[in-house]
Write a protein of this length. Structure first.
Length: 355
């Protein structure tokens, strides 16, 4: 513990000097929690900007919960752990990821534990096969790694978006991170719901949140001369779809393409209209992405008038498709098209009986 404290103190002093000279600073991210006593994880929790490994958190739920509340970055190296201390099938990384800890994948001694010139790709590919991660999961882990890294502000903006420092879906750029807004929004809401629950248990305490609230983000956007509504509309302006956008209740933005039909904000596939036939939501209209590899899910529109206009356009397209099919049939079977339609014989009028 004394060695870790001295390392933190030396880096803190060095950073103060470099900052006074206008130079970049260092972050303190020690190897912590791969082996050794629990005190290493406690010291890392108190002093570190982030830790590497951290797999021993699996045996200390209370400490794991503290790492979740503070969102301290944890860079895990499963292949290194598998060779030294922990079998990869027992590695807690997938549990950490699904529980909302701020985790990413990293390498450790690549010349010793990896077999190709792309050791980080090995980590991602093996993790996707063993733990059944889908592409969105891998993209979220990669996005976390960029946020954890020591790259400068411009590099992070280039890779994951200009507002990457915001934790809500406003800070996510799906065209760069390939992570849907609904995933980022879910992480954001779960975290703040958990902190709110703790504050309700202890009404006199006010917890310092690791993720800013929506009100705090709005203040940051105000200092940048922007608003949340403006950010939503900018996110909807994707290449090839310069028309107006539809704002959805649960995902933020859905782009309306040149055909006038709504398109998925993640994969740009035309959405399918679905109307609930039973249950509490009977009669409610929603849109679903037909792409099985897309995780956008169901979209609920806030503007009912816009939804009705889109429904009318769908019916018009269906009628136009029916006419086109009829024209094709008439070209292939001209005799059938020339034949007049069958008329129903008129029924005789009822007459009153004579007296």
């Amino acid at each position: 513990i004394n060695a870790e404290y001295m390392g933190w103190a030396n880096i803190r002093s060095l950073n103060a000097f470099r900052s006074s000279q206008g130079q970049s600073t260092f972050t303190f991210r020690p190897h912590c929690g791969e082996a050794g006593p629990t005190e290493h994880l406690i010291t890392g929790f108190l002093l570190a900007d982030g830790i590497s490994h951290g797999v021993n958190l699996r045996t200390h739920p209370a400490l794991q919960y503290l790492y979740f509340l503070t969102q301290i970055p944890i860079a895990v190296s499963p292949l290194s752990n598998n060779s030294l201390f922990l079998d990869i099938h027992s590695n807690p990384f997938p549990d950490f990821f699904r529980q909302g800890l701020n985790v990413s994948l990293s390498t450790d001694d690549p010349l010793q534990f990896h077999h190709t010139q792309e050791p980080l790709v090995e980590e991602y590919s093996i993790a996707s096969k063993i733990w059944k991660f889908d592409p969105v999961d891998l993209c979220e882990i990669a996005r976390n790694s960029v946020r954890h890294s020591g790259f400068n502000h411009e590099v992070k903006q280039h890779w994951i978006g200009p507002l990457y420092f915001l934790s809500s879906s406003i800070g996510n750029d799906p065209s760069r991170s390939h992570v849907p807004d609904i995933r980022i929004a879910s992480r954001f809401e779960i975290y703040h719901d958990e902190v709110h629950f703790l504050e309700r248990l202890q009404s006199t305490a006010k917890f310092r949140r690791a993720l800013p609230t929506l009100a705090e983000e709005d203040k940051v956007l105000g200092t940048l001369g922007m608003s949340r509504t403006e950010c939503l509309r900018r996110k909807g302006e994707r290449p090839g779809h310069s028309d107006t956008v539809l704002v959805a209740l649960n995902t933020g933005v859905v782009v309306r393409g040149r055909s006038g039909l709504p398109m998925c904000y993640q994969c740009s596939s035309p959405l399918m209209l679905q109307v609930e036939q039973s249950g509490e939501d009977q009669g409610r209209s929603s849109w679903n992405c037909p792409n099985t590899h897309c995780s956008a899910g169901m979209l609920l529109f806030a503007d009912d008038e816009e939804l009705l206009r889109v429904q009318r356009r769908v019916r018009q397209r269906e009628g136009r498709a029916t006419r086109l099919v009829g024209q094709a049939v008439s070209k292939v079977f001209p005799t059938a098209a020339a034949q007049p339609p069958c008329k129903r014989p008129a029924s005789p009028k009822p007459t009153r009986p004579k007296r």
